[in-house]
Design a protein. Sequence first.
Length: 270
Amino acid sequence: MIDSSMLQSLLRDAAQRELLPRFGHIAAATKTDGSLVTEADVAMQTRIQQALVAEWPEIGFLGEEMTPADHTRLLGELADGVHEGLWVLDPLDGTINFASGVPCFAVSLALLDREGVRCGLILDPVRDECFRADRGKGAFLDDTPLHAGCDARDLRDCVAEIDLKRLSERLRIALVRAQPFRSQRNFGSGALDWAWLAAGRFQLYLHGGQKLWDYAAGSLILAEAGGYAVTLQNDAVYTGSIAPRSVVGAGNPDLFALWRDWLRAADPDY
C-alpha cells in the first residue's frame, strides 16, 4: 500500500532541504539534449530516490537525470514484470525558471504499473501546494477535491496555456494571427501546467512535446479531476514509452472538442 501523505511529506521535506535554499542562487549547465540541469536537480533526485528505495525496495526508480539507456531499460523491465511498479521522477520541472529566480517550478512524481499511471503528485514548493491523484479515487489539492470542469462553452471565453516552441511553424503562426481564445499564458513548468489545468486556473492547454516525467503525474491528476487530454494526433498521451508526446487538453468535453477541431483546421498535417 502506497501512503500518499507519506509521499507528500517526502517531497516537501526534500524541496525544503534541496530546492528552496538554492533557488535563484546557482548556475545551470546544458545537457546533451539542450535542456538545463543544476546541482539542485541532482541533489533532489538523489534524496528522493534514496527515500523511495529504502521504503519500497520492490519498486523500480526512473529519474530524469538518469541516462536515456537507463530510461529505456527500466520501462522495459516494468513491461516485463521485473518490478512491481516504477517511480518516475522529475526532481525539478522548470529549471530555467529556478536558475533565473522565477518562482514557478515543481517536483513531479508518478508511480507506474503495467496498467498505466497508478498515482501522481506535483509539488509547487514556492506556494506549498501539492496536487495529487490515485487512479480511480479522484484528484486533490492537498485535501481539497479538484474539478477541472468550467462553465465556458466557447474558446473565446478561455485562457489557454501554450508552449509554442515545439509546435509546427504553421500552427504557431495560426495561434498568433488568429488566436481563438481570450488570452494566452506560458509559465515554464509542464508539470504545473497539468496541475493548474486540473485546478481550473485556465481552460485550454497545448504543448508540442513532453517527456514521460513531465506528463506522467499530471495526466493522471487531470483525468481524475475530470479533464481531457490527447496528443495532437488524437492518441493517448501516456503509452509507457520514453518518446516525447504532444498534449492537447481542456477542462470540459465541449471545449475539448472545439479546441481539437480548431487545431486540426489550423494545421491539417497533424
